[in-house]
Design a protein around this ligand. Structure first.
Ligand SMILES: [Zn+2]
Length: 247
């Protein structure tokens, strides 16, 4: 099986340094990798047409990784990405096995109803953003569970005053850590804006990291607009985020 990934290399002091591109995440689609054991080798074709294969050593601070594919038809694959040694030769392997169910602390999708606790978010009369997005989150959770997906909520009706999800989101028990602990493949954070002066200035906004595959975010936005018979926000100037502008 052969995957092509754009890469650059430098040669100096008898050492070749490779760097991969952002395409690395498109190189091997773990979600669709068939059950099997794989060993990753780098194929190098020299200018004299010689071909050599090189194994991969882990020089990073990270150890082995276990990944679970998203639930489809009540089934998952467990994928172990590991680094080993065979007769002093390091290697990287990917082992794909059938998993009967996800471990307790692994979810398919995490939903984060914005705000909560003493943070009401946007308000209008008796309505608060915190309560409205919680309603949306509970509905979305049950619809996704009907499809067989395992869904995590960062807060629910049993923790309406939980300050962990409000202002202390970066604390040990804060929103960020709670969500990271779900090991979910997808995180959907729900927010509603309020605009009291000009009601036409609404519309759907979807924010996603600029350096990830935006296909899902685009599909989500398109479906919300089409199926909800609504429209995109006018804030198109924010459609692309330049990370170099973030500090
Ligand atoms: Zn909000």
């Amino acid at each position: 099986m052969k995957y092509g990934i754009n890469s650059d290399f430098n040669y100096s002091d008898n050492i070749i340094s490779f760097s991969t591109s952002s395409e690395i995440n498109r190189g091997i689609d773990l979600e669709n990798l068939a059950l099997n054991d794989y060993y990753l080798l780098l194929k190098v074709t020299y200018s004299n047409s010689d071909i050599k294969y090189y194994s991969l050593a882990n020089r990073s601070e990270y150890g082995n990784i276990t990944y679970y594919t998203i639930t489809k038809n009540h089934s998952n694959h467990k994928i172990d990405i590991s680094f080993g040694q065979y007769q002093n030769i390091p290697y990287m392997s990917i082992n794909v096995t059938q998993a009967n169910e996800l471990p307790e602390d692994v979810y398919d999708i995490a939903i984060d109803p914005g705000h909560g606790g003493s943070d009401a978010g946007a308000t209008s009369g008796d309505y608060t953003e915190a309560n409205l997005v919680l309603d949306c989150a509970l509905t979305l959770k049950s619809k996704l569970e009907d499809l067989g997906l395992k869904v995590f909520l960062s807060r629910d009706e049993t923790s309406p005053s939980d300050e962990n999800t409000a202002y202390t989101m970066y604390d040990e028990n804060g929103r960020i850590n709670i969500l990271n602990g779900s090991h979910a493949k997808l995180l959907i954070s729900l927010h509603l804006n309020s605009e009291i002066y000009n009601k036409d200035e609404g519309g759907v906004e979807v924010y996603a990291p600029n350096d990830c595959n935006l296909d899902f975010a685009s599909l989500l936005a398109k479906n919300i607009v089409e199926k909800g018979n609504t429209y995109y926000s006018e804030l198109s100037s924010f459609k692309k985020l330049d990370r170099s502008l973030c500090s």
